[in-house]
Design a protein around this ligand. Structure first.
Ligand SMILES: [Zn+2]
Length: 100
């Protein structure tokens, strides 16, 4: 499933999907569900998750500095506090939509 259009607003991200659905995902939700190893923890081959110690968020942790596309499969947000290692696939973003 590919997005036709992605529009970042002040506090949320609007995504229009190829099937006509629209997602509005709060930026705070996207940041809290960041799938990178630092935020989500790393998994070993047995499926054990070694979660990194949770770091306190700063005032600007939920603001976007930039939004990069990663190939054809997802987005890599650059947050205003400098964090930029999370890659969000389209599938993951759609799942976040139903989680909120
Ligand atoms: Zn992260």
């Amino acid at each position: 499933m590919q997005p036709l259009d992605i529009t970042p607003f002040d506090r949320e991200l609007a995504i229009r999907w190829a099937d006509g659905d629209e997602s509005f995902i709060p930026l705070e939700t996207i940041r809290r569900f960041c799938p990178c190893a630092t935020c989500a923890g790393e998994q070993d081959i047995l499926g054990n998750v070694y979660r990194a110690p949770s770091r306190p968020y700063a005032d600007n942790s939920f603001s976007l500095a930039r939004l990069d596309r990663v190939g054809g499969y997802g987005l890599q947000p650059v947050w205003a506090d400098g964090h930029a290692t999370g890659i969000f696939t389209w599938e993951y973003l759609r799942r976040l939509t139903s989680a909120t």
